[in-house]
Each structure stands twice: as structure tokens, then as C-alpha cells.
Design a protein around this ligand. Structure first.
Ligand code: DNO
Length: 399
């Protein structure tokens, strides 16, 4: 595997020099400052390549921009409203510009309104560090009693509604505001709106869009971009829903193996692939991760490796992000399957036999707490994850 490291650009408190010292071989980045739907110009792309090429002191970093995460799909494209056709044209221009700059792997997602969602971004762990957590009761309390979504009462079991009601009574204004901010955290530039009213409006845009309609829109989008991606030699890889179940009444269509099989067969091309995110998919116990790598392997263009601890085993349920080699995900088994897939590709003579992998997320440990970087993307916590995963890989390869 090629060990890559996510870097959010110059705003990232973890620098390119840090990435290099952590053992990264390449960088995963995006132009977060460009609004969704707009074109990524050759100048902006080149600027990011230059930023990646230098250490803090100006010397060469030897790192290159290997993977785009994400080239975002606008809400207009997902709902097929407003400027969606223009956004698709712009998306295609961005693809041309990225290909011309030598980029080949492009990660994106098709989650409506919310990208990854947690209720707590700095949950204290037993070892004194912090990690990200999703508490189903907090989330339901937000949905039912803060957002006050009218249909929410039919979306949760009675026991969850009761518990959420009791939980909501304990919230003071500051706790409620923090919960809203955490749920909306996403990524820099991921969503423009942050207040409840705008969130209600965004949800209303999906009132008539169920999973089948959204899937139809996704397939229309793929039909527009995949043939061009093939021509340009780009490998697109869709990130799964995180967490992998419907939320806030919104449909989710990339949560399970079956979801992926439908999308991969609808537009069958080497350019239409998967970002295999073990932490996102692994929040459901019914996703067989090593089996998915075996069955969907040829279409995996990018891997995100991290573990979660499922706290109650229900779907939906509460979970938190555990250390990379702890929790409920058997990462050594996933790495074994990925190495088998790489070997299979090498035998086939595929040019993309080596799969880019990044240590996904990390707990905030040691000096991470003071640095306060992007939630989930601390320096030391990820360095530890990468070191552990490299150890697993080396051990398996030398067997
Ligand atoms: C969270 C990330 C996701 C991912 C996007 C890809 O940390 O894994 O936000 O980048 O969903 O489009």
C-alpha cells in the first residue's frame, strides 16, 4: 500500500513537515476554499501542488498530491435542482484540470446534506486523550427536541425517544449549542449554513427524494462523469455514508455491500470505484469488511483505515473511534485482504496495483490536545495509527 496522509491545506495545524516526519509517502488534499459547484482552476491546483512540495523551511518535501479528497458533489446535483447542470459541467472541467496536473485518484461522496456526523468531537477516553463519538441518544435528542423535525418521532424506537427526552432535559443552552455545532462540524467549507433554520431548509429539499430517487440521481451523475474519467485515466472512488444508515429522514445509499454492488454494476467501469473506509462501514456489525474487500477489491481505489467500538451493537447505534488496532474492526484481516488484492492486480499487470491508504482519523493524544487541529486529524494520533498499520503490513508481507 502507499501510505498517504490527509492535509487540509495551509489552514491545517498539522504541517507538510509533520506529515513527512510521520512517515507519509504522499498527500491527500482538496481545495476546501472553493465553493461547491465551482471550477477548480489549473492555477489553484498548481498552487496546492507547490504547497505540498515544500517543507516549512522551504526545502523539498519529496511529497506529491496523490489523492483528491474530496471533489465535492453539490446539493444541486444530488437533488437535480437549481444549477445542477452547470455544476456538472464545472465538475467535468475540474476533472480535466486535475488530470492535466497528474492527479489520478478522486474521492467524493453522495451523502445528502451531512457529511460525516458525530455528536462529540473531543470525548474523553480512559487513557486521558480524546476521540470522536456518536451517541445515538444525543443525536435523537437533537433531532426530536432541538431541530424539532416533525417526522422524527416515527424514525426512532420508543425506548430511544424516551431516553432522548430525558437527555434533552439535562441540556443547558451551551450544551445544546455545542451539540448542534458538533453535528454540523463536517469539514472546512463542507457546508455553508450552520443554523437550524437553514438546516431545516436543506432537509426540506429532500422531502420528495427517497433512496430510489437519490440512487437514480447518483447514477445520472455517474453516467456524466465516468466516461470522461475513463478518457482521462481518473479513478473515482465514492466514500461510504458515515455513519452508514439514514439520518434526519434523509436517504443514504452507500452504507452496505449491497448498496455498492448496485452502484458499481449500474455504471460498470474501472473508473467507478470505492473509497473503502473501514470506520464508516464498520459502524454496522452486518458489514463483513474483509469479505467486502475480497468481493469488491478490483474497484477499491483508496483505503481509509481506522477502527470503531460499537457500544450497543444496534443499527443505528452509538459508537466511538477507537485506537487503530483496538475496537471492533479487525484491521489486520482487512490489511490481509487488501494485500491479496494488490498481489492479484500485480499478477494481472494492472498499473494501479498499489492501493493508496491513509490512516484515517486518530485520537488526540500527547501534544495533540494543545494543537487543536481539524477534528479527527491530529498529528500524533494519526502518526501512531500509521506506524501500527505499517507494522501490520510489514509483518504480513514478511510471513
Ligand atoms: C471524514 C472523511 C469524510 C470524507 C468524505 C469524502 O473524516 O472521511 O469527510 O472525506 O466523505 O467525500
Amino acid at each position: 500500500m502507499r501510505h498517504v496522509w490527509r492535509w487540509f491545506g495551509p489552514i491545517d495545524k498539522v504541517t507538510i513537515s509533520d506529515a513527512r516526519q510521520a512517515g507519509a509517502e504522499g498527500i491527500v488534499s482538496a481545495l476546501h476554499h472553493i465553493p461547491y459547484g465551482a471550477v477548480w482552476t489549473p492555477e489553484e491546483i498548481e498552487k496546492r501542488c507547490q504547497e505540498i512540495a515544500r517543507m516549512d523551511d522551504g526545502t523539498p518535501s519529496t511529497l506529491t498530491w496523490d489523492v483528491v479528497e474530496s471533489l465535492p458533489v453539490s446539493e444541486d446535483i444530488k437533488t437535480q435542482t437549481g444549477n445542477w447542470k452547470e455544476h456538472i459541467d464545472n465538475y467535468r472541467l475540474s476533472m480535466n484540470n486535475l488530470a492535466a496536473a497528474g492527479l489520478r485518484v478522486i474521492c467524493y461522496n453522495f451523502m445528502p446534506v451531512l457529511d460525516w456526523t458525530r455528536t462529540d468531537l473531543r470525548w474523553k477516553t480512559a487513557h486521558g486523550g480524546t476521540t470522536m463519538r456518536y451517541d445515538l441518544i444525543d443525536f435523537a435528542a437533537f433531532d426530536l427536541f432541538i431541530l424539532r423535525r416533525p417526522q422524527a418521532f416515527s424514525d426512532y424506537p420508543a425506548a430511544v425517544i424516551d431516553a432522548a427526552g430525558r437527555r434533552a432535559k439535562t441540556f443547558d443552552d451551551a450544551t445544546a449549542a455545542r451539540l448542534v455545532a458538533n453535528i454540523r462540524a463536517g469539514l472546512p467549507g463542507a457546508t455553508e449554513a450552520t443554523d437550524l433554520e437553514s438546516m431545516r431548509r436543506e432537509l426540506a429539499d429532500y422531502a420528495d427524494i427517497d433512496a430510489d430517487t437519490l440512487r437514480g440521481h447518483f447514477i445520472d451523475f455517474l453516467s456524466e462523469i465516468v466516461p470522461l474519467a475513463e478518457q482521462l485515466g481518473l479513478r473515482f472512488c465514492c466514500h461510504p455514508d458515515d455513519p452508514p444508515w439514514p439520518m434526519l429522514g434523509l436517504p443514504r445509499i452507500t452504507s452496505t455491500e449491497d448498496d455498492y454492488v448496485r452502484l458499481l454494476t449500474a455504471v460498470d467501469s474501472p473508473a467507478n470505484g470505492i473509497t473503502f473506509c473501514t470506520g464508516a462501514l464498520g459502524a454496522r456489525a452486518d458489514n463483513d469488511l474483509p469479505g467486502m474487500v475480497k468481493r469488491l477489491g478490483p474497484k477499491i481505489h483508496f483505503a481509509h483505515l481506522r477502527s470503531v467500538r460499537r457500544e450497543d451493537g444496534t443499527i443505528p447505534g452509538s459508537f466511538h473511534e477507537d485506537e487503530h488496532l483496538a475496537g471492533d474492526i479487525d484491521l489486520p484481516a482487512v490489511v490481509t485482504a487488501l494485500l491479496d488484492e494488490e498481489a492479484r492486480r500485480a499478477r494481472e499487470g494492472r498499473g494501479d496495483a498499489v492501493i493508496p491508504m491513509r490512516p484515517d482519523h486518530g485520537q488526540d493524544i500527547l501534544t495533540d490536545t494543545a494543537r487543536n487541529a481539524q477534528p479527527g486529524y491530529p498529528a500524533i494520533g494519526r502518526l501512531k495509527g500509521l506506524a501500527e498499520l505499517k507494522g501490520v503490513e510489514r509483518g504480513l508481507k514478511s510471513k
